[in-house]
Design a protein around this ligand. Structure first.
Ligand SMILES: Cc1cc2nc3c(=O)[nH]c(=O)nc-3n(C[C@H](O)[C@H](O)[C@H](O)COP(=O)(O)O)c2cc1C
Length: 197
């Protein structure tokens, strides 16, 4: 079995919906076990205000990351970078880095933006941390049919799946954005499976 972690932070629920689609795509690859977890808010106040991330989704611990064959990370943008709770979680992975615990593991990143700023830079800047860990970064290839489709407003890029939440957060992930997320999950899971063999 190839064990894959979908690890996300989501304050208003958009990244959580993409995470479910990523997991669905990954699950479609035979002999794959999918675990979905989230990173905690930084303060109890933020936790109380959080929307859309069902409490049924468990919190991840830093130490468990080394136990997966591949990891897909999801975060909303904050001024073009990952959100602080994800940054804080990753800043506690120094012990894993010392042990080279994530070296050679396939990974990918997906995101959500309010108006589109950060659609690519959030993932590109996120990749810096993953490359320092020696992970193998996998993007969203143009063999995903929706990627080159510009018939409607849509997040996502060759760097990874994304949605556009709207300035007030009212827009929900579209069918094409969810299809891109499913494709990314399946793509990373199938590469992880082949690497594991
Ligand atoms: C401090 C802060 C900074 C943000 N910066 C950006 C930004 O640079 N570009 C953008 O399009 N949206 C920005 N947003 C909007 C968030 O990306 C949006 O709330 C998020 O994508 C929703 O994802 P979620 O529902 O998973 O929390 C920002 C939001 C906050 C709170």
């Amino acid at each position: 079995m190839t064990k894959i972690l979908v690890l996300y932070y989501s304050h208003y629920g958009h990244v959580a919906k993409l995470a479910a689609a990523i997991a669905e795509g990954a699950r479609s690859v035979p002999d794959t076990e999918i675990v979905i977890k989230r990173v905690p808010e930084l303060t109890p106040d933020e936790d109380a205000e959080r929307h859309g991330s069902p409490s049924a989704v468990p919190l991840a611990s830093v130490d468990e990351l080394g136990g997966y064959d591949a990891i897909l990370f999801g975060t909303p943008t904050r001024f073009g970078n990952m959100a602080a709770p994800m940054r804080s979680f990753l800043d506690r992975t120094g012990g894993l880095w010392v042990k080279c615990a994530l070296v050679g593991k396939p990974c990918g990143v997906f995101t959500s933006t309010g108006t589109g700023g950060g659609n690519e830079s959030t993932i590109i800047s996120f990749a810096t941390t993953l490359i320092h860990h020696g992970m193998v970064f996998i993007g969203l290839p143009y063999s995903c049919p929706e990627l080159a489709d510009i018939s409607e407003l849509k997040g996502g890029s060759p760097w990874g799946a994304a949605t556009i939440a709207g300035a007030d957060g009212s827009r929900q992930p579209s069918a094409k954005e969810l299809a891109q997320a499913r494709f990314q999950g399946k793509h990373v899971a199938s590469i992880a499976g082949r690497l594991k063999q």
